[in-house]
Write a protein that binds this ligand. Structure first.
Ligand SMILES: N[C@@H](Cc1ccc(OP(=O)(O)O)cc1)C(=O)O
Length: 190
């Protein structure tokens, strides 16, 4: 059975909704997945946001009982790590470099446009080069910086915006965005 780990910041809003919704949608389609979630800056044991909980309740789903900080154990457990934003993905890849081959943003993983996927691949590799150069104190070429900016400007956003502190509507919007991506994810896993 595939182990899927969703990652956001606090693991109280987006990734718990993704976890609960995927469990529900997968079981409706008879697809076997084991799903968990965590946050890159989470405090383990915090309650899930009341709006996120309400969204899940409306779908007759239970989310995780509390938040969990991302750990190497969880990263090791996962076959596929799906982050809610690009910065979460960068964080996971920096802190757990062995996870590079299995870490994607949720929206990027379900993207089908070849041109966009090529751009993303080039951006990831540029990002890795720039990070390495920064760490080694090497000069970053203007051409490298400009290329990264050029690609960023033309690709769509792969982030699911953070409803933290927002209204129930903000949570509904995030949940709808997540759900659309999860339907496409299940098409891919089917
Ligand atoms: N954990 C952060 C706050 C935070 C909580 C949740 C959050 O949303 P999500 O769970 O979707 O990442 C974002 C940020 C803090 O220390 O205040």
């Amino acid at each position: 059975m595939k182990h899927i780990l969703f990652v956001c910041t606090g693991n109280t809003c987006r990734s718990p909704m993704a976890e609960g919704l995927l469990r529900k949608l997968a079981s409706e389609r008879g697809i076997q997945v084991d799903v968990r979630s965590a946050g890159v800056a989470a405090t383990t044991g915090m309650p899930i946001s009341r709006h996120a909980e309400a969204v899940l309740r409306d779908h007759n789903v239970e989310g995780p009982p509390h938040s969990t900080l991302l750990s190497s154990n969880l990263v090791g457990w996962a076959d596929l790590i799906l982050t809610l934003t690009r910065s979460h993905k960068q964080h996971v890849m920096q802190v757990f470099p062995d996870s590079i081959h299995k870490t994607y943003t949720l929206k990027e993983y379900v993207e089908n446009d070849e041109q966009v996927l090529n751009d993303l691949q080039e951006l990831d590799s540029l990002f890795a080069t720039l990070e390495m150069k920064r760490a080694l104190g090497q000069e970053i070429l203007a051409s490298e910086r400009e290329r990264a900016i050029e690609i960023r400007q033309r690709i769509p956003s792969f982030d699911i915006s953070d409803p933290f502190g927002g209204s129930r509507d903000d949570y509904n919007i995030a949940a709808a965005e997540i759900r659309t991506a999860l339907d496409r994810l299940l098409d891919k896993l089917d």
